[in-house]
Write a protein that binds this ligand. Structure first.
Ligand code: SF4
Length: 345
C-alpha cells in the first residue's frame, strides 16, 4: 500500500467544480497517495472524473472548471513540499512543475501533438522549456529519448509530422516529450485506449521499463481492468467524482469491498462464457452529475442497496483493518449507521 512509502504526492479532499450555485462536482473530495516508483491505477466508467482528477493535479482544468478545495502536497526534487492546489494555475511555480517534475501522456495523440510541428521540434521545445540547453544538446537529447521509447530510426523521425506516423509510433512520440525531463511522476490518461492489443502491450512494457530505470511514479488512468492487473501496485476506483474504493491490486481483484468494484469485475469478458450468454454488466448509466441521486450516488444501480438507508445517507470513507478504504454504508461500523439514521443529513 502507498502508506508504506514516503508520499511523493498526497491528495486530500480535492474538489474540482464547474460553475457556481449548483456546480458540476467533477472531482468531489478525492483522497489519493502516490509514493516514489509506485504505480497507482485510477479506474471507473467514462464520466467518473478520472481525467478531471489528472487535469486537476497539473492545474490544467479548462474554464469554467476550477480546483475549489482540498490539498495536493507534492514533494519537489529539492525536497521542499508544495501544495499544488494552492498555486496560481498560470503562475511560475506550477509551470516549473508541469511537464518537468510531473508530466502527462494524453489519451489521443492526434489531438495532443501539434499537427504543424515536427515531432523533433515538439520534444526539443519541451526540453528547452525546463532545461538551459542549446539547440544541439536539445536535439541530441530528443534523439536519445526517441530511441528509448523504441522509435525506429530516431534521427529521421525528428523531422516527421504526427500524421506521417502510425498509431503506435504517434503514441511513442507523445510519450517522448513527457519523458524528456525525467519526470518524477508520470500521469498517463488512457494512453493505450486507441491502440491494438499488440501495440498496447509494447507501450505498457515501455512504461514499466522506463519506470524501473528511473524510479518515477505513475498515475495510470484506465477503464481496462486487464491493464490494471498488469501494471498496478495500488488501485483507486472512482464513481461520480469520488474514490469509492482504494486498495492494493490483489485486494481489488481478490477481495473487492465496494459493490461498484464488484460490478466492474463481473463485467470483464471471461473464458468459459457460453455462446449467447450475456455479460454480467452494471445496470443503468453513470448519472448526469447535475442530477446526482440523493444518499449514496451509486444506489440506483447497486444490487446490494438497502431501501431507506442507501437512498438517504451519503457514505463516508471507512478505513478497513487490511489497509483498504471504502465508501459504502455496508462497511460503516454499526454504531455509525445507527448514528447516521438518527442524525446525519
Ligand atoms: Fe450500494 Fe448502499 Fe453501499 Fe451505496 S452504500 S454502494 S447503495 S450498498
Amino acid at each position: 500500500m502507498a502508506s508504506n512509502t514516503t508520499p511523493l504526492l498526497e491528495i486530500s479532499g480535492l474538489k474540482t467544480y464547474f460553475g457556481t450555485g449548483n456546480p458540476i462536482r467533477a472531482v468531489d473530495g478525492v483522497d489519493l497517495t502516490i509514493g516514489d516508483g509506485e504505480t497507482v491505477c485510477v479506474v471507473g466508467e467514462s464520466g467518473c472524473g478520472k481525467s478531471m482528477l489528472a487535469r486537476s493535479i497539473l492545474r490544467i482544468v479548462s474554464r469554467p472548471g476550477n480546483v475549489v478545495g482540498g490539498v495536493m502536497n507534492f514533494r519537489r526534487s529539492d525536497g521542499t513540499m508544495v501544495d499544488l492546489a494552492s498555486l496560481d494555475p498560470t503562475g511560475e511555480e506550477i509551470r516549473s512543475v508541469r511537464g518537468n517534475e510531473i508530466a502527462m501522456i494524453f489519451r489521443e495523440p492526434m489531438t495532443s501533438l501539434g499537427p504543424v510541428q515536427t515531432i523533433g521540434s515538439q520534444i526539443m521545445d519541451a526540453i528547452r522549456l525546463h532545461r538551459k540547453v542549446g539547440k544541439r544538446e536539445a536535439r541530441d537529447r530528443a534523439v536519445e529519448i526517441l530511441r528509448r521509447v523504441g522509435m525506429p530510426r530516431p534521427e529521421e523521425r525528428l523531422n516527421a509530422y504526427p500524421f506521417q506516423l502510425s498509431g503506435g509510433m504517434r503514441q511513442r512520440a507523445m510519450i517522448a516529450p513527457a519523458l524528456s525531463c525525467n519526470p518524477r511522476l508520470l500521469i498517463a490518461d488512457e494512453p493505450t485506449t486507441a491502440l491494438d492489443v499488440t501495440t498496447q502491450a509494447v507501450i505498457l512494457d515501455l512504461i514499466k521499463e522506463l519506470q524501473a530505470e528511473s524510479g518515477m511514479a505513475v498515475l495510470f488512468i484506465t477503464h481496462d481492468l486487464g491493464v490494471v492487473a498488469e501494471i498496478a501496485d495500488n488501485v483507486a476506483v472512482m464513481y461520480l467524482g469520488r474514490v469509492v474504493e482504494r486498495s492494493d491490486v490483489d485486494g481489488i481483484f481478490h477481495d473487492p469491498k465496494h459493490p461498484y468494484t464488484r460490478g466492474l469485475l463481473r463485467s470483464i469478458p471471461r473464458l468459459g462464457i457460453h455462446v449467447g450468454e450475456d455479460l454480467d454488466t452494471i445496470e443503468g448509466m453513470v448519472p448526469n452529475p447535475l442530477n446526482r441521486p440523493g444518499g449514496c450516488s451509486f444506489h440506483p444501480r447497486c444490487r446490494e442497496a438497502v431501501a431507506g438507508l442507501c437512498d438517504k445517507f451519503d457514505p463516508r470513507r471507512t478505513d478497513l483493518p487490511d489497509g483498504s478504504q471504502v465508501r459504502c454504508l455496508l462497511h460503516e461500523q454499526v454504531p455509525s449507521v445507527v448514528h447516521l439514521a438518527g442524525g446525519r443529513k
